[in-house]
Design a protein around this ligand. Structure first.
Ligand SMILES: [Zn+2]
Length: 243
């Protein structure tokens, strides 16, 4: 980690303890500098449409516990947390989505339901992924916070950088926090179930193609407690098995 990103992280209030764990998820680009070039012109406004403020992905009135207002039902757009844009020329296009992988950030435990705290953490992770790892953008496509909000991260038109050598057609969904050291909030696990179900239906991904990071590569991610939640969700009668 270089000094610039270290300063950025410290300034973001995450602290030195988290810093040491920042690579915890162990994401992994694998495509750095070797991507098929996608010209900026290849990207159109419609590429961003998926997350454009359509309410209703939760599909029910009470689920999620998304925000204090209880009104948030859509994905929070990227523009609400960063003005940065991905280095599109340094990525590969997503192509057909065929699998979904769930992560934690593996940093310090995180229980805040504050939107601004989530924004600081998102930006710190993006900075580390870009400045230290040399990636085109934050590695994950979506991030779930402890309040159950779902944040848009890397555009789904671009391959992520979240499972080394395994980013092709792979949507990355990260839950903020460290699930070796904490348990997911009810709001976060409810949102994760609901949102991954929506992704499965939208992209035609069967439950057998929904993974956790450790099921593809040797890593602690997503932590034993989130691993357990995911195993339950995919087992017979679980939320994802029924999606
Ligand atoms: Zn991971």
């Amino acid at each position: 980690m270089d000094q610039v990103s270290r300063r950025l992280l410290l300034r973001s209030g995450i602290g030195a303890g988290a810093l040491a764990l920042l690579a915890g998820c162990g994401g992994g680009g694998g495509a750095r500098r070797s991507g098929v070039r996608v010209t900026p012109q290849a990207r159109s406004d419609s590429d961003w449409e998926f997350v454009s403020h359509k309410p209703g992905w939760l599909g029910n009135e009470s689920g999620g516990g998304a925000s204090g207002s209880g009104a948030l039902r859509g994905v929070v757009p990227r523009s609400s947390w960063t003005r940065s844009t991905p280095k599109v020329w340094d990525t590969k296009p997503m192509g057909r989505v065929s699998r979904i992988t769930v992560h934690h950030d593996g940093m310090t435990p995180f229980l805040s339901t504050s939107s601004s705290a989530a924004v600081r953490r998102l930006e710190a992770i993006r900075n580390a992924h870009v400045s230290s790892n040399g990636w085109a953008d934050i590695g994950y496509h979506f991030v779930v916070d402890p309040a159950g909000r779902v944040w848009e991260a890397r555009p789904t038109t671009l391959q992520g950088a979240h499972v080394k050598y395994n980013n092709e057609g792979n949507l990355g969904v990260m839950v903020m926090g460290n699930y070796d050291e904490q348990v997911p909030t009810i709001a976060a696990s409810g949102s994760l179930d609901d949102f991954v179900s929506v992704l499965m239906r939208r992209y035609g991904v069967p439950v057998g193609r929904v993974f956790t990071h450790r099921e593809i590569r040797p890593t602690a991610c997503p932590g034993r407690n989130l691993q357990r939640v995911m195993e339950t969700a995919r087992s017979r009668g679980g939320a994802l098995a029924r999606a």
